[in-house]
Design a protein. Structure first.
Length: 263
């Protein structure tokens, strides 16, 4: 699916998925402990540039995603903007009291969420889900039965979704022959869940039989496709470190916010 929305690949595509997950955790901890909104402002811009240049995704998909990310991030901070504490009032109407301090705190929360969302999108667009499970099995020594179980479950999600829409279309075609009480309300929901669950159980049973017939065991395995740590992981690590360092330096020179501590 990723191949259909991507124009090109970058070095991040070749980095180990575990490195990306580890850097996401480090970035999360770093953003949580940065209280200067000027630093977060520049880090947001740098993460945006990284997503636009290094994801390789077609621009129209990125635009739709960015609109959703920024709107969601701003909505999540409205409670802090509308009802935060402060001394310099910007707007007051009823219980809504927007102050300069609450507005900065709200934008501070927005930028935290946006930074993590942008890097998360970059990781998703440059990582195949199969590579994640291979890395777990090869580098972290996770048992294959657990890794392959999760991999099979994720692969079945699109199938379940398509079956749900097929079931809806079939009910529309036969709607004249079926009483509405059986296809709407709680009874309709229950019949839909039971149908999808029974089909999933049959599919899981067939998958188990197929794996057993191919000699799948929990013992040692060899892998046609192997994941390793390489120079691309170092490049990604240096990129994130450079982005954080540059944001700190730019925040001290170019300060769009007067406040340097949004706590």
């Amino acid at each position: 699916m990723l191949e259909t929305i991507k124009n090109y690949s970058t070095f991040i595509d070749k980095a180990n998925p575990l490195t990306k997950i580890l850097l996401a955790a480090i970035l999360f901890a770093t953003v949580i402990f940065i209280h200067n909104p000027n630093v977060l402002f520049h880090l947001t811009i740098l993460m945006l540039i990284a997503l636009l240049c290094l994801s390789g995704v077609k621009i129209k998909y990125l635009v739709m995603l960015l609109i959703f990310i920024f709107i969601s991030g701003f909505i999540s901070s409205l409670y802090m903007i509308f009802y935060g504490e402060g001394t310099e009032t910007l707007f007051r109407y009823g219980i809504i009291h927007i102050t300069d301090e609450s507005f900065v705190r709200g934008l501070h929360i927005t930028m935290r969420g946006v930074i993590l969302s942008l890097f998360g999108a970059l990781v998703i667009f440059t990582t195949k889900i199969t590579d994640v499970f291979y890395a777990l099995m090869i580098q972290l020594k996770v048992k294959p039965k657990y890794a392959y179980s999760f991999m099979a479950a994720i692969r079945m999600v699109p199938i379940i979704v398509s079956e749900y829409f097929q079931l809806r279309q079939a009910r529309k075609v036969r709607s004249a022959l079926i009483n509405k009480k059986h296809i709407s309300g709680f009874k309709g929901l229950k019949s839909t869940i039971v149908t999808l669950l029974s089909q999933s159980i049959r599919r899981a049973y067939r998958l188990g039989i197929a794996m057993e017939s191919k000699g799948f065991t929990d013992g040692s395995r060899t892998y046609y496709h192997r994941t390793t740590f390489s120079k691309h992981d170092l490049y990604l690590l240096l990129m994130i470190a450079a982005a954080i360092f540059a944001a700190v330096q730019l925040g001290a020179v170019i300060s769009p916010f007067e406040s340097t501590d949004a706590r």
